[in-house]
Design a protein around this ligand. Structure first.
Ligand code: SF4
Length: 592
């Protein structure tokens, strides 16, 4: 486990959710659910002999997550996401064994409650999916026992003379043989629907009334029946929030903001199941309102999409809502509902999306590395873990030098820095000098079969970028991504974005690029200064009898500058150049 991942895992929330193991290219290779994301993911990194775990870890570059309201919701989401992503290590769930639903056949005169694994648009009302599947059978049994709703698929009314065993077991009110009137049966169905819909308060008040009425009529067995049902309902736990039993396609948006940092989180529910989520992070000036930002995000999100939902749930109304409605209507050829729920199940869904947006925002602003964002912004296939920054220093066109600095995971790797004296270029010519340095550097790496960077950054504008690209092509390295960063305007140029990318001053990506650029500049400049100093030092020692290149170099190492030599005694200088030459040296320098 790399220290980077170790740090990341420790930042995961100790809350329920699903986690994603991702490769360096962003491919999801494993999805799991957890009661506590941090504890569960941490457990993968303990010593293990399990081959599958070892394989997952060897390919994992990043771990991502989505929060859910409970472990139950996590189980449903996990299943949906596995179906969407088909991660290679979730083999067990790759087959299409779906969770069961309960279906109330409302179009029938005497509706039945049937167990099914397929949801269709047939006028029936569907509940579920239930996990584990046993829960669907338990619920069906409960509905049959307390509400007398049939679970058979017989034609009712039909030709039956006698009810089946279900009636004898007190699990059906036997509408097939008219033991119950249509209106009483319908009332039972309505109550069963209240139960299945989770409208427990309304149902409980109806049942309490029925219990009191039965007791006042001294129908004690019936009163006990209602009492038992009341207790059962009070014990029933909350149904999962993340599953809609409607056949709708809904996008649910969450929004979080801290000063200039904004996160928007979207759950995409298709045919009643959350199948995907998307994250957007934005930086915007503090004076720009949330309604305006949400509006811009929605516009951007839907303008590029084909799959437009039936309904959009938002935490608050955006600016230009009418205009957005018109755009969605045009795209879908059908009105799209844009809602800001204030209560109920939809409100809970938006709250959950808000919580995920909040976590996303914190995660992004405290991000251990802006590399993922950089990858997205400049459309790289892989994370730019190793970046090489190039700069040229040639003040006055004299003694031109080039520098290469190396950053790994956003941190400088000083041992890998390299400096170059420009050999083939006359006078100040940054573009040609950059080409010389890149050519020398990568020719060497090719010869030595060493690793290449994930990204190359050159100081300058389009000219420098094109020059770098041309050399890479010449070397057969056109696949290496290269960008340039122009000074003053701080525009990032990439081969695919001719007008460049302007990032907010506070952007962590821009800051990293600036760090690399400034570091390569500092390194080139210090080398250049050293070269100039050496040259000036050497030229002032020119013409002194007995001082050749070797003695100049020895003096430079010992004294660093001519001024220091002037302060030295003849005896000291004699130790380096001999007594006779030392005297001549002192005489020459003191008469300057
Ligand atoms: S009693 Fe009649 S309606 Fe009830 S389950 Fe049996 S066959 Fe179906």
């Amino acid at each position: 486990m790399t220290s980077r991942l170790r740090k990341k895992v420790l930042t995961l929330p100790q809350k329920a959710g699903i986690y994603f193991f991702k490769t360096r290219t962003g491919e999801v290779i494993y999805i799991g659910k957890a009661r506590s994301l941090r504890d569960r993911v941490k457990s993968y990194f303990q010593q293990t002999s399990d081959v599958k775990t070892k394989n997952i870890l060897s390919e994992t570059w990043d771990v991502d997550f989505i929060l859910t309201g409970s472990t139950k919701e996590a189980a449903f989401l996990e299943n949906n996401f596995i179906r969407t992503y088909q991660p290679k290590y979730n083999l067990r769930l790759k087959d299409d064994k779906s969770f069961p639903f309960l279906k109330m056949t409302l179009r029938k005169k005497f509706p039945a409650l049937i167990l099914t694994r397929r949801v269709e648009e047939d006028g029936a009302k569907y509940y579920g999916p239930y996990s584990p599947a046993q829960q669907a059978r338990q619920t069906s049994h409960l509905i049959a026992k307390y509400f007398g709703i049939r679970t058979c698929e017989e034609a009712v009314p039909g030709k039956r003379k006698r009810p089946c065993l279900e009636y004898d077991l007190k699990l059906c009110s036997a509408p097939c043989v008219k033991y119950i009137s249509e209106s009483d049966y319908r009332e039972s169905v309505e109550n069963a629907l209240l139960f299945l819909d989770g409208k427990t308060e309304k149902l409980l008040s109806i049942l309490k009334l029925k219990m009191r009425e039965s007791a006042s009529r001294k129908e004690f067995e019936q009163a006990a029946h209602w009492r038992d049902l009341i207790h059962t309902i009070e014990d029933i736990k909350e149904r999962p929030k993340l599953i809609s039993v409607q056949m709708e396609d809904i996008d649910i948006f969450g929004f979080a903001r801290e000063n200039e940092n904004i996160a928007v989180y979207v759950f995409m529910m298709r045919r009643g199941k959350v199948i995907e989520s998307e994250e957007l992070t934005v930086q915007e000036k503090e004076e720009v309102s949330n309604t305006k930002i949400l509006s811009a995000c929605l516009w951007d999100f839907y303008e590029k999409r084909k799959n437009i939902p039936d309904k959009i749930l938002l935490p608050f109304a955006p600016d230009r809502k009418e205009k957005l409605s018109k755009m969605l209507l045009k795209k879908k050829q059908k009105k799209v509902e844009i809602l800001t729920p204030i209560r109920g199940k939809n409100k809970k869904l938006v709250s959950l999306a808000n919580t995920n947006a909040e976590i996303l925002m914190r995660k992004k602003s405290e991000d251990l590395s802006p590399l993922e964002e950089m990858r997205k912004i400049i459309e790289l296939k892989t994370l730019p873990v190793r970046i090489e920054g190039y700069d040229i220093s040639n003040t006055g066109g004299d003694e031109s030098v080039g520098s290469v600095v190396v950053f790994e995971n956003g941190l400088p790797q000083k041992n890998d820095y390299r400096k170059y004296k420009i050999k083939s270029v006359e006078g100040p010519n940054d573009v040609a000098s950059i080409q010389e340095v890149i050519k020398r550097r990568y020719t060497r790496l090719l010869q030595e079969k060493k690793a290449f960077p994930d990204l190359i950054l050159v100081d300058g504008g389009k000219g420098q970028l094109n020059a770098a690209k041309a050399v890479l092509e010449e070397l057969g390295l056109s696949h290496l991504p290269v960008v340039s960063l122009a000074k003053k305007e701080e525009i990032i140029f990439t081969p695919s974005r001719k007008n460049g990318i302007r990032l907010e001053k506070t952007s962590s990506v821009l800051k990293l690029f600036q760090n690399i650029r400034d570091e390569s500049h500092r390194f080139a400049l210090s080398f250049h200064r050293l070269r100039r100093k050496k040259k000036s030092f050497e030229s002032r020692l020119d013409g002194i009898e007995g001082i050749g290149p070797k003695k100049k170099a020895a003096l430079l190492i010992k004294y660093k500058s001519v001024e220091e030599i002037k302060k030295a005694s003849i005896e000291e200088l004699a130790k380096i150049v001999g007594k006779k030459v030392a005297q001549g040296l002192v005489d020459k320098l003191r008469t300057e």
